[in-house]
Design a protein around this ligand. Structure first.
Ligand code: MG
Length: 270
């Protein structure tokens, strides 16, 4: 955590110097911690318990969490990431989709309530963070409310024997912005800002013999699926670096080529 700045979201909307710190974190590092986010600690703890309950379901139930788009559903342990498994929910911004996710897994009523409240709170948060990042760059009134969101609940099945090994291989996230509970906050900002904002490469290493839970919300792409840096980021000194592309195509390309650490972006070069 050393060197990762903490941004107070309450101040970022009000004080230019906090907004400037946010901009600097996005351009230089591609990640920051947030405080003043308004997601109650009790809800975060309840959600972790709910996620543990979902991972205790039998394999047959887990596999009912099918993909909506490539890679959006249940991820079983694999040769590349043998310690990692995850549930995925798309679109976490749509209450009906959250209900459908819980219904398919036959989740108990208490778990459903928690997942619903948490998804709502995290959606509000990610829209708020995205708006403040945009505002820090001088983009006012940029709407993120209707962008699809993917919600991912991760479990790392660590044991004594796995300490020192990889939890998840090095990668970048494919969407616009990620908010993560229980870890730092990572983003995929580069393609969206004509290279102005930094996409952070990250991985997970097993450092202790205890199962690890983390919960991520990904703000994926505009509703029309079109990724194109705003005109405000393009001028003579900064020619367009990426041609406009469909987010879904980029996501499929990452999966089909195995290029998970941002290499696939080179194929989108203008
Ligand atoms: Mg990631």
């Amino acid at each position: 955590m050393v060197g990762i700045p903490a941004i107070d979201l309450r101040l970022a909307g009000e004080r230019p110097e906090e907004s400037a710190r946010l901009q600097d974190a996005c351009e230089r590092l591609g990640c920051f911690r947030v405080s003043g986010h308004g997601v109650p600690a009790a809800l975060q703890a309840e959600m972790k318990a709910a996620v543990r309950a979902l991972f205790d379901l039998p394999d047959e139930a887990k596999r009912r969490n099918a993909d909506i788009i490539a890679g959006s559903g249940y991820v079983a342990p694999s040769p590349a990431n043998p310690l990692y498994e995850a549930f995925g929910l798309l679109d976490a911004a749509a209450p009906a989709d959250v209900d459908a996710f819980c219904a398919r897994l036959d989740a108990p009523p208490r778990v459903r309530e928690t997942v619903k409240s948490y998804a709502e709170a995290m959606h509000e948060l990610i829209v708020d963070v995205a708006g403040k990042v945009a505002a820090s760059l001088g983009l006012e009134g940029h709407p993120f409310q209707d962008w699809p969101c993917q919600f991912r609940m991760n479990r790392y099945n660590y044991t004594q024997d796995t300490v020192g090994s990889s939890g998840v291989q090095i990668h970048t996230d494919s969407g616009f912005l990620t908010v993560l509970q229980e870890d730092d906050c990572v983003g995929g900002l580069e393609a969206w800002s004509n290279g102005r904002l930094h996409t952070v490469k990250h991985r997970v290493q097993c450092v202790a013999a205890v199962p690890r839970i983390s919960i991520a919300m990904f703000l994926l792409a505009p509703k029309d699926d079109r990724v194109c840096a705003p005109e405000a980021f393009v001028d003579e000194q900064h020619p367009r670096r990426f041609k406009p592309f469909n987010y879904d195509d980029y996501r499929k390309l990452r999966l089909s080529t195995g290029e998970r650490a941002g290499e696939a972006l080179a194929r989108m070069a203008a």
